[in-house]
Design a protein around this ligand. Sequence first.
Ligand code: FES
Length: 382
Amino acid sequence: MPNGTLLLAPSRLRLTRTPGARRVIRGFAGSRLVGALAAPHGVDRYLELVLPSFSLYEPRAEIVDVDRRTPESVTLRLRPSEVWRGFQSGQFVSMTVEIDGVRHTRCYSPASSQHAADGKLEFTARTHPEGLVSRYLREDAHPGMVVELTQAGGDFVLPAPRPEHLLLISGGSGITPVMSMLRTLCDEGHDAPVTFLHYARHECDVAYRVELAELAGRHRNVRVAYVYTREPGGRLHGHFTRAQLRALEDRYRQAEVYVCGPPGLIEATRGLWARDGHPERVHSESFLQPRLPATPDEEAGSVRFAASDVQVSATGVTLLEQAEQAGLSPAFGCRMGICHTCTTRKLAGTVRNIYSGELSSCEEQAIQICVSVPAGDVELDL
Ligand code: FES
């Protein structure tokens, strides 16, 4: 049995699928008396011990299929619980798994259509050598395993009404939110031009080749092109350039662009449309943002973790990294300022946002410690 998974016993699963039983449990567990008895952890923390896939407030999902379709990724299909409120394509979800008794949270964007008829969610996680959760999911995820989710968040979404001309650009694992956008558009019967341009190092790294070919075959308005940066064989070759766009379509300047991937791809896309006088047409989501250079005050002063009674000297890294180096285990998800999992109360001091450079000096303020560095002495409620 793999370590730390939230396993679901078949008898319990049958119980939670009976509408009458679910109503009874919901009524009982949702009562104020039970809520008061469960404090401070909340009813769901206790329910998961007996009925892992059942919850009153926090969404959970049962893995129904695991597909290791490329050498460095795993694709999961999940059945979310009743409290899941759905998502818009392009948004992200935080997923929590327990590994060796420790809960770990990471952010993933569903790749499925927001209109999926079976209501299932699909996530593809790319594995990294140091990626604890992605490696765990690739090696140990199995049907029947239950994970915790948050409701979907993020504003990287398609507008309504849908644009007349769309260019979806992705690099590496940035394919998942734009794959969801393309699947959603196809489910809606969208018939205006959509070009899907994906950058990968090698052909074997592309997780959705079969589905993309199938969508392009069924929808005359959909065009798909791959660019491989480390081998020939794609429609185009090398890193993002204007010449590649020209080779792909004449009217690329008129397109509304949705791009997700590494910072270099996003900056190149933004720069190109800015030079053409239409920066507002580019909408982006990066899974690795470029950090502003450190300033001298980030390596001066001290950081005090008041709840743990630990004090360390500032080293110029984020408060999340500083806490981990001090042996603490704060919760985190995306580590890039999107999901708010790491939000912690700052009791005193000034912090700087590593992306915007913005300073925050208010006392008693909730901050995202994954994107905050101290600017002088700082005290956190951690
Ligand atoms: S870990 Fe996601 S915002 Fe900090």
